[in-house]
Write a protein that binds this ligand. Structure first.
Ligand SMILES: [Zn+2]
Length: 466
């Protein structure tokens, strides 16, 4: 009996020495990976600026995807092009075995947001052209640098695991993540870490603020004729679009304040002399739960059908995008937040702060905001009161597997979003420093999940129970 006791004590000592050794090696690897990221600062800057220069709209990210996949291919990634039938989408994989961690970021830009970087007044590079007025040029460079920094250690130390980098194509149209999910790209993935540009380092868990949504285009077909010669012989599709809009405006008054709905007329006809035989209007319907999104969508379908009846036109509709409300994983968020406390915010220069303050003044930012972030936020807790706002189709992925969105400080606080002012910092040292902080943090968090398999199962327990 005594022998057995001694034997058990010996096992416990060996196990605790092994655990201590493991913890100290994780700590050493994290220190090393931060240095690896720092050594790639120039590379990060070049990729961020180059993607900024492409500024391609959703589904048109041709040069962006060509350039990014080329870098990944040259670094040993295996690439599947055109995933889910989307020409500019791809799935880049390196490593082997479990865990499989998918790392994503959006790559599209904003219409008419062209802007010279570092200039604190509206000065487009190309008048009327798209620009990175959302900052989506910075996240994939961040992911590439983080993964390459980890890869050096993984290869040397024979650390098992598969890292996948993938792009959110046409995020502004909520256009692709539901398709990737439906087509099974995430079936074998254990965790998803998603990046989004922001003005601080942050992560949250549980239900997030914001909405889910459905994006729908209604198209009406009628009969054209000479507008002056025989207007009585026409059925105007443009009238149907206008009547749909009028009907929906009356409904808007009765929406719950958590709902949001907006539209653009994508085809209003060609010339005044020809009564339009075709016309289209494109809506986003946003709400905080799936049933409420569908309720709004069904009501709008009735309004559009009513407009077709009034104008004797025919109606067709097409769903162009969708996003579920988001729900993030506590275990990944807490692990990441521990690393956030170690990485801290970048050191901003006077030039960085002066640019930020000038831009904030230019766009009348809220008066309590002054310059770039110098203090971290606490970890984001599950919202207790639903709060409306934007959507992101990362929501679809967050219901498929443990996921979080890491926000990193590559942009200026207090801007309105989807605007040329949001492009001003995105190819300057502000963006570059934010990317380096974010990449260090991501590389450290990846090491946590690669080296501590228990964390992966804890993340799944939270996912299954919540
Ligand atoms: Zn975005």
């Amino acid at each position: 009996m005594k022998k057995l006791h001694l034997y058990l004590i010996a096992i416990l000592i060996v196990a605790s020495v092994a655990a201590q050794k493991k913890n100290s090696s994780i700590k050493a690897f994290k220190k090393e990976v931060r240095e690896n990221v720092l050594a790639k600062s120039k590379m990060a800057q070049v990729i961020v600026d180059k993607v900024f220069s492409f500024s391609e709209l959703g589904f048109q990210e041709i040069e962006t995807s060509k350039y990014l996949t080329e870098i990944l291919k040259n670094n040993g990634f295996e690439i599947e092009y055109g995933i889910s039938g989307v020409p500019t989408a791809w799935w880049a994989k390196w490593g082997s075995g479990k865990p499989v961690i998918a790392i994503g970021n959006d790559i599209d830009c904003i219409p008419k947001a062209s802007q010279k970087p570092g200039v604190a007044y509206h000065d487009p590079i190309v008048q009327g052209a798209p620009g990175h007025g959302e900052g989506h040029n910075s996240g994939t460079p961040l992911n590439i640098v983080a993964v390459l920094a980890d890869k050096e250690i993984m290869a040397r130390e024979n650390i098992q695991g598969t890292l996948v980098i993938w792009p959110g194509v046409a995020e502004e149209q909520l256009g692709t993540k539901a398709y990737y999910t439906r087509d099974g790209y995430f079936d074998e993935v254990d965790l998803c870490i998603f990046m989004h540009v922001s003005n601080n380092l942050g992560v949250s868990y549980g239900p997030a603020s914001g909405t889910g949504m459905i994006s729908v285009e209604y198209t009406f077909s009628g009969e054209s004729a000479h507008s002056a010669g025989a207007p009585w012989r026409t059925k105007s599709a443009a009238d149907a679009v206008e009547l749909t809009n009028i009907g929906w405006q009356y409904n808007r008054e009765h929406l719950h304040p958590l709902g949001r709905s907006h539209a653009v007329i994508t085809d209003g006809g060609d010339q005044p002399s020809v009564v339009p035989s075709k016309a289209s209007i494109w809506y986003y319907f946003r709400e905080i739960t799936y049933p409420k999104i569908m309720q709004m969508y069904e009501r709008a379908n009735e309004v559009a059908a009513g407009a077709a009846l009034m104008t004797q036109t025919t109606l067709s509709s097409k769903i162009l995008g969708s996003a579920w409300p988001r729900h993030f994983n506590k275990i990944i968020a807490e692990t990441m937040y521990e690393n956030i406390l170690q990485v801290e915010l970048p050191e901003w220069s006077d030039d960085d702060q002066n640019l930020a303050k000038a831009v904030q003044k230019k766009v009348n930012a809220p008066s309590e905001i002054d310059g770039l972030a110098v203090a971290l936020y606490p970890i984001g807790l599950p919202i207790t009161e639903p709060k409306s706002g934007g959507s992101d189709d990362i929501g679809d992925i967050s219901w498929k597997m443990p996921s979080v969105t890491l926000r990193y400080p590559s942009n200026i606080p207090g801007l309105q979003g989807h605007h040329w002012s949001n492009a001003m910092a995105m190819a300057t040292p502000i963006a570059h420093k934010g990317v380096i902080s974010g990449a260090q943090l991501e590389a450290m968090t990846l090491l946590d999940f690669l080296l501590k398999p228990k964390l992966v199962s804890q993340a799944w327990n939270y996912f299954d129970e919540e």
